[in-house]
Design a protein. Structure first.
Length: 95
């Protein structure tokens, strides 16, 4: 999360849907931010700030034990985020 806030200091997450059943809570939402810091990822590293505003989706499944998050699974549209900052071509775009 620290790296995300460094790369996108104005990061904002809007909850679109949240469902709880048993010990699981699923949250789906839209994240937004401006690429103002160096981008670091597992595959793509050291992408300099572009100043582009980007929007991507995130889905999180949390397992709750004794009122606290014990496990968390996160699915982020990293591909869409990388395409929006220009690090990868979008479908149909010349590479």
């Amino acid at each position: 999360m620290d790296q995300l806030r460094t790369t996108f200091p104005d990061y904002h997450f809007t909850v679109e849907l949240q469902v709880a059943e048993g010990d699981l809570v699923v949250t789906r939402g839209t994240a937004r931010g401006t690429h103002q810091g160096e981008y670091w990822g597992i595959t793509f590293q050291s992408i300099l700030p572009t100043g582009k505003q980007v929007t991507w989706t995130e889905t999180v499944i949390d397992r709750i034990v004794d009122g606290k998050i014990a496990e968390s699974w996160i699915n982020v549209d990293a591909l869409g985020r990388l395409q929006q900052i220009g690090a990868l071509p979008t479908p149909g775009q010349a590479s």
